[in-house]
Design a protein. Sequence first.
Length: 403
Amino acid sequence: MRSVLAASMVFLSLASAHAQAPASKPVKLGVLNDQSGQYADAAGPAAVEVAKMAIADFGGKLLGQPIELIFADHQNKTDIASGIARRWIDTENVDVILDIGNSAVALALADLVRDKNKMMIVSSAGASTITNEKCSPNTFQWTYNTATLARSTAKALIAQGGNEWFFLTADYAFGHAFESDASAVVKANGGKVVGSVRHPFNTSDFSSFLLQAQSSGANVLALANASGDTSNSLMQAHEFGLLGLKSKMKVAALLFQITDAKSVGMKNMQGLYTSEAFYWDRNDASRAFGKRFFDKVGRMPTMVQAGMYSATMHYLKAVEAAGTLDNAAVLAKFRSMPVSDFFSEKGYVRDDGMHIHDYYLLRAKTVEQSKGPWDFYDVVATVPAEDANIPREQSKCSLMKKS
């Protein structure tokens, strides 16, 4: 029987330039995500590695104590995740829980983290409800959410004439949120939704769903799913002739990470559109981080792995600025400090807990245009932070100041 907990502890005690009055205990970070299942490539063990990178870059010590890092596999099960998180908080003195990787898990943990007066920084779970209807003063969404990716992709495709949409949607919280967010953007910009169909998690055969899309009359097929489901549906869409340079239908993967692109392959994704919060080949800073990651992991980072580094570093800086592990003081600094790094050049944390930063519309290159094994995209456009995110006046978060 597979062990419920795949956890390890890392003590990083490098010489630190961040010396302050010693805290009564070490600051302790916990990375909780899918370490072995469908989402493990997108975040998984490599998310732990980038957290280690951030801790080492920070100096390994904080408030006179070594920074501690633990991690565990929640297996995409809310009961397992809740048990791990509760033990971490109650008996292992974890100060912040990072990554998550599953929207249902993130929503399940939000109340626990708030009630226990701890922090949760979500990098790889994307349901917009996390920082919208179910926002919490102790929960943050760092890398993306369904609204930001939907807004970034949908506006651009409608501008190119893609005004009739069909959704192929994963039948769980994340997929539902993606379809809802993208549908709202499509309708608000003069388009219409002509149909949708939902598929179970970890589906292998998408033929019946794709036939419905093909017969719908839509000129955009939007994939509101993730990871292996996205890869499988894209490859089968290519086989059906829905995705390709000669297809009259535009195909948009609303969440499509670079690990998914590697799995699908250039030949099968030509003509694809997607949006990301990070792409390794965008500029010199992103390429430098990409090289560091590649040297450690053997491939280029996904946007949520890059976001994990940024989130971890911002948390450590907030604790340093607060000069204490008191959670109220750390929360105040975390919210008020600007973000400026390779991931987020002019970022900030909004009242709802959303990290506000730019996004990038990407178009898959042709096989002939690609210059290497990780050269998948052209950056078509930068989507400004304020355009990508839910407008303040439309937010349903009780924490959001409307003016």
